[in-house]
Structures are given as structure tokens and as C-alpha cells.
Design a protein around this ligand. Structure first.
Ligand SMILES: [Mg+2]
Ligand SMILES: [Zn+2]
Length: 168
């Protein structure tokens, strides 16, 4: 049987971002994130970050900085007993025309291959229209935009996904 996953935007979905965050000491979890991730994990979803990181392609920071921020995120999640399963990122600039910059689907395809994921039973959570468009382009079951009136925080988005995932 295939796995299902939630493809997670990182910046301003899981952690606070003033713009091109790349310093581990600036990492702050957003409200409801550990609780929401735990709920998704317990409901059988892989937790896969898919993140546009054009700051790398623009030369603002290095790939290592991206990984350092991820390590800090994992460290903050540890006391809650939940971890992100994998991290995928697009280092390119918008003008590079790659196939991985969201809303293009390269990262989802790569993750699906590696983790044996049924994308049609999977979801996207993000704070931008490009995240929601990713869900459409990749053929996911749905996409949920956080920091909206309907889904003010991550936990509300996670609860919605669990309720949708239970419908067959
Ligand atoms: Mg974001
Ligand atoms: Zn790319």
C-alpha cells in the first residue's frame, strides 16, 4: 500500500519568516505547528517539507543555511515527539525556468518517488496561492491555505485535512 503525505511549505507556514530566513537563531515555530504536525502524523501522513528557496539562487545564502534552519526546526519539534520526515527545496530563481519551483511539481514528484506516496490521497499546506496551485497542479486531494480567516493557524488546517482524509 502506498503512503499518503502532507506537503508542507516551511516559511510562514511552519516557522516565522521576515524574508529569506536562513539564520537558525531566528527560527520561531508558528502557533499550532507542533500540535498540528503531531495530529497529521498520528493520522498516518508523512510530513514532507517542499520549500522554494530562491535566496540560494540569488546568492543571498547557501544551501547549508537552509539545512541549518531545518535542523533548528527539528530541534524545536523534538519535545513534542514529532519530526519532519524529509525536506525538499528548490534553489532556483523564478527566471531560471526550473521544474521544481512551486507551483511547479518537481519536488512533489521527487518525494512521491522516494517515499512511495499516493499523491491523489495527499495534501498541501501553505501560506501562498502558489502552494494551493501546487496542490492542483500535482493532483493532490486538496490544498489548505493558512493564515486566512478560515484557517488562522496550522492546527486548524491540520484538523481540516484529517476530516477530509477520512472521507473516501
Ligand atoms: Mg511560505
Ligand atoms: Zn527549482
Amino acid at each position: 500500500m502506498k503512503n499518503r503525505a502532507v506537503f508542507l511549505d516551511r516559511d510562514n507556514t511552519l516557522i516565522h519568516d521576515d524574508g529569506f530566513i536562513h539564520e537558525p537563531e531566528k527560527v520561531k515555530l508558528l502557533p499550532g505547528v507542533p500540535e498540528g504536525l503531531k495530529l497529521l502524523k498520528e493520522s498516518g501522513y508523512l510530513l514532507i517539507v517542499t520549500s522554494n528557496q530562491s535566496g540560494i539562487g540569488r546568492g543571498y545564502f547557501q544551501e547549508d543555511d537552509f539545512h541549518a534552519v531545518n535542523r533548528k526546526l527539528q530541534e524545536f519539534l523534538k519535545p513534542y515527539g514529532v519530526q519532519i520526515d524529509d525536506f525538499f527545496f528548490c534553489p532556483h530563481r523564478p527566471e531560471d525556468g526550473c521544474n521544481c519551483r512551486k507551483p511547479r511539481t518537481g519536488m512533489v514528484e521527487k518525494a512521491a518517488e522516494k517515499w512511495n506516496i499516493d499523491v491523489s490521497e495527499s495534501f498541501v499546506i501553505g501560506d501562498r496561492d502558489s502552494d494551493i496551485q501546487l496542490a492542483v497542479n500535482a493532483g493532490c486531494k486538496g490544498g489548505v491555505k493558512v493564515r486566512t480567516t478560515l484557517f488562522p493557524d496550522f492546527l486548524s488546517a491540520a484538523k481540516h485535512i484529517v476530516s477530509l482524509g477520512d472521507e473516501s
